[in-house]
Design a protein around this ligand. Structure first.
Ligand SMILES: [Zn+2]
Length: 67
C-alpha cells in the first residue's frame, strides 16, 4: 500500500486510494487546519517590513557628529 507522512505531524498513513484520505495530505482535519493557520501566519510575517536595528554606534563617542 502506498504511504504518506502527514504533512503537519509526520504521522505515517497508509491508503489504498486518495479517497481514503479526506484530509490528504494530512492525517486529520485538525492537522490540516493547523497547517493552514501556520501558512497564513507565515504569509503575514513575510509581508511585514524588515526593520533591522541600525546605528547603535551613534551613541558611542561622537554625539555631536550627527551628519
Ligand atoms: Zn497529522
Amino acid at each position: 500500500m502506498p504511504r504518506i507522512d502527514c504533512r503537519y505531524c509526520g504521522k505515517e498513513l497508509e491508503y489504498k486510494s486518495v479517497r481514503d484520505l479526506p484530509y490528504f495530505p494530512f492525517c486529520s482535519e485538525r492537522c490540516k487546519l493547523i497547517d493552514l493557520d501556520l501558512w497564513i501566519e507565515e504569509k503575514h510575517r513575510i509581508e511585514e517590513p524588515l526593520t533591522p536595528e541600525r546605528e547603535k554606534e551613534s551613541e558611542k563617542e561622537h554625539p555631536e557628529e550627527e551628519a
